[in-house]
Design a protein around this ligand. Structure first.
Ligand code: ZN
Ligand code: CA
Ligand code: ZN
Length: 304
């Protein structure tokens, strides 16, 4: 009996480890509600909580109604099916038009807050750009621009940036590195100026509603966003677990900076998962080098 008593704490420990492991597998995310809707499809007229899916697709530009009240009902209508098919095309899953497992897996991934469809223009679909006249005209690229291709004036190839006053100190080096990488791959140069100076670009951390019409959402979900030229704002969601490097459960500051600087320069999202301008980033993932697709995008946008 004595040995049994000795082993009891061991069993208890195993149980605790198992429980904590299974809860950490599901990281907190405001997108997790989508898992409960899996399997719904056109014709379902009252799936509880379906309006949350409609709001998600609206947030990223996929779903708009003339009659806004449909955004708040739980009716799986034609518009929702069509929005899902477009989303599925962009993220390269079969275009079933239903909320299947493959689609749920994409939708619940942490991502950039910049919409994929802006003013009705699907920035992830308009891309079969021909690369400029060269040996082959059949080469296609996946980069994209915002509607009307906003960009910095051709005279302005040097851009200054500053950090807002409360910026965490460990973000400064990775953001500096990200600007250097864009500078070495494009015709742009960048320099950092003091926090109280005037600058073309501004980088900072913000939480929830912070006054620009694109509220953040707490841990998980949207991670950051940035505005097209010449607005110049790049915001990290201050509620994320920000880290330097590939750390399980954390998001790499430099990886996100590389992506958001692309928006600052005028690039939209790429449908090419290897590109820095792809919208989804996993925790623990790093993407520290610009892809040829990202670089070609800037060259085409600025005609250099
Ligand atoms: Zn983005
Ligand atoms: Ca978030
Ligand atoms: Zn913001």
């Amino acid at each position: 009996m004595h040995t049994m008593t000795m082993f009891k704490p061991f069993y208890l420990l195993v149980l605790i480890i198992t429980i904590s492991h299974s809860t950490s597998a599901q990281t907190p995310s405001p997108f997790n509600f989508i898992e409960d809707l899996q399997g719904c499809h056109k014709g379902n007229s009252s799936t509880k909580g379906l309006h949350g899916l409609k709001h998600y697709l609206h947030q990223f530009g996929y779903l708009n109604y003339l009659n806004q009240t449909h955004l708040d009902d739980d009716d799986f209508d034609n518009a929702l099916e069509s929005a899902l098919k477009t989303y599925q095309r962009n993220y390269r899953v079969p275009q079933t038009g239903a909320l299947d497992a493959a689609t749920v897996a994409k939708m619940t991934s942490p991502r950039c807050g910049v919409p994929d469809i802006v003013d009705g223009i699907n920035t992830m679909a308009r891309k079969k750009h021909r690369r400029r006249p060269s040996k082959s005209i059949h080469v296609v690229a996946n980069y994209a621009f915002f509607p009307n291709s906003p960009r910095w004036p051709s005279s302005q190839t040097h851009l200054t940036y500053r950090f807002v006053a409360n910026t965490r100190i460990d973000a400064i080096a990775p953001v500096n590195r990200a600007f250097k990488k864009w500078a070495s791959a494009t015709h742009f140069t960048f320099s950092r100026v003091a926090r109280n100076a005037k600058s073309d670009l501004v980088v900072g951390f913000f939480s929830k509603d912070h006054g620009d019409g694109f509220p953040f959402d707490g841990p998980g979900g949207t991670l950051a966003h940035a505005f097209a030229p010449t607005i110049g704002s790049f915001h990290y969601d201050g509620d994320e677990n920000w880290v330097n490097g590939a750390v399980e459960g954390g998001f790499d500051l430099e990886t996100i900076a590389l992506h958001e600087i692309g928006h600052l320069l005028g690039l939209g999202h790429s449908e090419f998962p290897a590109a820095v301008m792809f919208s989804v980033v996993s925790s623990g993932q790093t993407k520290l080098n610009l892809h040829q697709d990202d670089i070609e995008g800037i060259k085409a946008l600025y005609n250099v």
